[in-house]
Design a protein around this ligand. Structure first.
Ligand SMILES: Cc1cc2nc3c(=O)[nH]c(=O)nc-3n(C[C@H](O)[C@H](O)[C@H](O)COP(=O)(O)O)c2cc1C
Length: 187
């Protein structure tokens, strides 16, 4: 069966560079299906609301993650770390502990910034959060996109830089391969 990958963007901005990168992925690697999983409607995490299925946006968000074979997170870096909106979303997906949407879920990380360091620090924190939630984060491989404004056509919302396109395609292919390795890790 064709695999399905969930794309989660860690920015709520309409003209987000990271959203542009996420939107480029299906065209770069068409061997799988994709689903955009929005975090925009999630309330702030509150343990008092985290009962049963939780609030409707949370239920839909968790279900979307459970429906896909793996998630690719495409996120900016804020103040040398994970954007609050993304951390909030991952916290909702990390409970209830025994049946959490992130539990044993293959995950890959991509990040884009106008800066020169390519979201290294943000990705370290996202990885740490995902590992705490017992997701299987693709090891070793990294996908950092620096000076992103020079690599996209912002008006047409296209990733134009050929080298970045090639590396991103390779990263997604490695991630798809990683999804197949995960059952062996569980065995
Ligand atoms: C509050 C805030 C903090 C930021 N901190 C960083 C940072 O630590 N490192 C970085 O590379 N960019 C930083 N930026 C710049 C973002 O990378 C830039 O705004 C980027 O376009 C956001 O991603 P988006 O285009 O997907 O929304 C920061 C931006 C904001 C609003």
């Amino acid at each position: 069966m064709t695999k399905k990958i969930g794309l989660i963007v860690g920015s709520l901005r309409e003209h987000s560079f990271n959203r542009m990168i996420a939107e480029a992925i299906p065209e770069l690697e068409a061997s799988v299906e994709y689903e955009q999983i929005s975090i925009a409607e999630l309330p702030l995490y509150n343990g008092d609301l985290d009962r049963g299925d939780g609030p409707e946006p949370v239920r839909l968000f968790r279900e979307a993650i459970q429906r896909v074979d793996g998630i690719l997170i495409v996120s900016p870096e804020y103040n040398s770390g994970i954007p609050g909106v993304l951390k909030n979303a991952l916290d909702w997906a990390s409970t209830p502990t025994k049946t959490a949407a992130l539990l044993r879920k293959p995950a890959g990380l991509v990040g884009a910034t106008p800066g020169v360091k390519g979201t290294i620090l943000s990705q370290q924190q996202i990885r740490q959060t995902l590992e705490a939630a017992q997701a299987y984060v693709l090891p070793f491989q990294k996908m950092y996109i620096s000076q992103v404004m020079d690599k996209v056509d912002a008006e047409r919302r296209e990733l134009t830089d050929e080298t970045t396109r090639k590396y991103l395609q390779r990263y997604v292919q490695q991630f798809i391969h990683w999804i197949d390795q995960v059952p062996a890790l569980e065995g």
